[in-house]
Design a protein around this ligand. Sequence first.
Ligand SMILES: [Zn+2]
Length: 352
Amino acid sequence: MIVCSRCGHEVEETAWKCVCGGPVEVLEEQQFDVRELKGSSLWRYQPYLGTEKRVSFDEGHTPFVFIDNCYYKLDFFFPTGSFKDRGSTVMMSVLHRHNIPRIVEDSSGNAGASIAAYAARAGITAEIYVPAYASQGKVFQIEAFGADMRKVEGTREDTRKEALKRAETVYYASHQWNPWFLQGMKTIAYEIGEQLDWDVPDVVVVPVGSGSLYYGAYLGFKHLYESDVIERIPNLVGVQPEVCSPVYNALYEKERTCEKSVAEGLLVEHPPRLQEILKIVRQNGELVVVSEKEIAEGLKKAVSLGLFIEPTSASVMAALRKVDPSKSRAAVLTGSGLKATREISDILNKRM
Ligand SMILES: [Zn+2]
C-alpha cells in the first residue's frame, strides 16, 4: 500500500505524489525475518521491497570496511558508480512491470546517470534534465547510455522546474519524489545491519541532498528495530554543505538561499520530504554543515586512505571530524571519484 506521508491518503502504484501535493511512500507491512534472505545482491531483501526484481545488474551488498576507527560503506561500488542504483533498480522494476515506455528525470548527475543506465537495461526511453554546470563525467555517462539529455542553464532549481513542465506529459521518474526509489534506499540500513551481524553502530553519517538516502536509511533501521532484529536505531547524522543547507536552515530557522558548492550532488534547495526529514533529525538524529574548505580537507583525507570518492562524498569525511570518536561510527561514501576527476584534481592541487 502506498500512502501520502502528510494526509495518509492511499494512492496508486505509479503515483509519485498525493493529490494534496505531499510526498508518498510504501507502507511496511511485513516483519523483517533474517531467515528469509536469499541471494547476494540487494534483492536479497526482495520480500521487503514490495516488488519483484525485473531491472537489475545484481547490484548492492557493497563493501563495508573498517579503516581508522570508522566503518566505511563503499557505495561508489555500484554499476554506475553511485548509491543511486539502490533506488533505480527498484523503481525501474516497478515501471517496467507497468509498461511505462518513456520517463523524465532531473538530476545533478548521479541519479541521471543511474536512471539512464537502468532505462537502457529495461528498454525504456529516458529524458534526463541536468544543470549545465554538472560534472563532465556524469554528463558523458548519461549520454553514453543513450538518454535524451537536456542541459539547463542556471541553478539546480531551474533544472527541476524545466523537468516538471515536461512531467505534465511524460512519466516523472524522479529520484527525489518516487516512492519506489525511496524503497530501494532502505537497503542501505539492511546491508549495514547484516554486515555487522545485526549489531548496528551508534552513529551513521549520510550526505543529505534531497534526503532520500537519509530518510530511506531511517525507514530501513526502523523496520529492523520494529521487527526485533536490531536493538536500537543508530543516531543518523545528516551532512549538508554550509552554502546550501535547507534542512539545517529549516531546523534552526535561518533564511539562506543555495549557492554553488564542490558538493554538487547536495544542491537541492527544496527537498520534497523536508518535513519528514526534520522529524527524524529531531527524534533520532543530527544535522551538521561543512564548509567548502572542510570538504576539500575531507577529500584529502579520503584519498590518503585510498578512497577515491567524488567531492560530494567528501562532505561525509568532513562531517566525521565533528562526530564523537568514542562512538562506533559508519559513514556512507556515495559516489566515485572517477566521475569528477577534474574537480578532484583542482582541489588536490589547490586550484580552488
Ligand atoms: Zn496527501
